[in-house]
Unconditional design. Structure first.
Length: 270
């Protein structure tokens, strides 16, 4: 793949396609040590399999070294970004400040996108899946509290190779972190045991989980699904692959089919 460095402040090519402006939109969150342009390239087959949606790729708020598997293919596609701290050497940051940076990055992406369709879903890979699930959980809590002003209206999330714990995303300094979630400024790694979760702390909005059966993190992906999500609203797609975005047509068709099914069940016009 030829070098195509991302330029801060520009839109990935897919987002410039005027034919998709009216379509329902899915906000896409890249993994740690990646960026929006790389994630768009990684998801190119999935984009083609979802012609009824406009996929919009957000940029993480913090600079990062390249993530696993990014070099050498995307060596010249920097700068690389992250959403969260996962290494001790990542600079400490205030929890409220970290929450605000993540939420502001997403809102900035949404404001800059020229599309006109409703925001109906989230799609994240790896660290981006953790953040996508956390954003959806934040929406769920706001809805339960009747806080419609500060609530998004996502109908579902696609979580590819996602692992826990959920992250507490709040800009209210007086808000208390529910048991089982971690604060946004904390370091949480793949191998950390999930914190003890209260029985009612589950994501109940619909989620589609995509797990590679040869992914080294498969145990953690399954554990995240089991411990943090309501089984009645979960869809699972497993495929013969490792820690990457699927590219084979057959696998991608299965994932796209489930996205369309869940979206239609949730009232999305696709």
């Amino acid at each position: 793949m030829s070098p195509a460095p991302s330029v801060p402040g520009t839109l990935p090519n897919h987002q410039l396609d005027s034919a998709t402006l009216h379509l329902p939109r899915i906000l896409c969150l890249h993994g740690g040590g990646v960026n929006a342009s790389i994630f768009q390239a990684q998801a190119r087959v999935l984009i083609r399999a979802l012609p009824g949606f406009r996929l919009v790729f957000a940029e993480g708020p913090y600079p990062s070294h390249p993530g696993p598997g990014i070099i050498p293919v995307y060596e010249f596609w920097g700068p690389f970004r992250r959403w969260l701290r996962w290494k001790p050497e990542h600079p400490p940051i205030d929890d409220d400040e970290a929450s605000r940076a993540i939420l502001d990055s997403l809102e900035m992406c949404k404001r800059r996108d020229p599309g006109t369709g409703p925001w109906v879903g989230l799609l994240g890979f790896s660290q981006g899946a953790k953040v996508a699930a956390s954003v959806l959980y934040r929406q769920q809590i706001n809805m339960e509290r009747g806080n419609r002003e500060d609530s998004d209206s996502y109908r579902f999330a696609v979580l590819m190779a996602g692992r826990g714990p959920l992250v507490f995303l709040s800009t209210d300094p007086d808000a208390k972190c529910p048991p089982g979630l971690v604060l946004a400024g904390q370091v949480s790694t793949a191998n950390d045991p999930l914190p003890t979760r209260a029985p009612d702390v589950r994501l109940r909005l619909p989620t589609i989980h995509v797990h590679g059966l040869t992914d080294p993190g498969l145990y953690w992906h399954r554990d995240f699904l089991k411990r943090c999500h309501d089984p009645s609203t979960v869809t699972l797609v497993e495929w013969e692959g490792t820690h990457r975005i699927p590219l084979k047509q057959e696998t991608v068709r299965r994932i796209a089919g489930e996205i369309y099914r869940v979206a239609r069940e949730e009232g999305v016009n696709v």
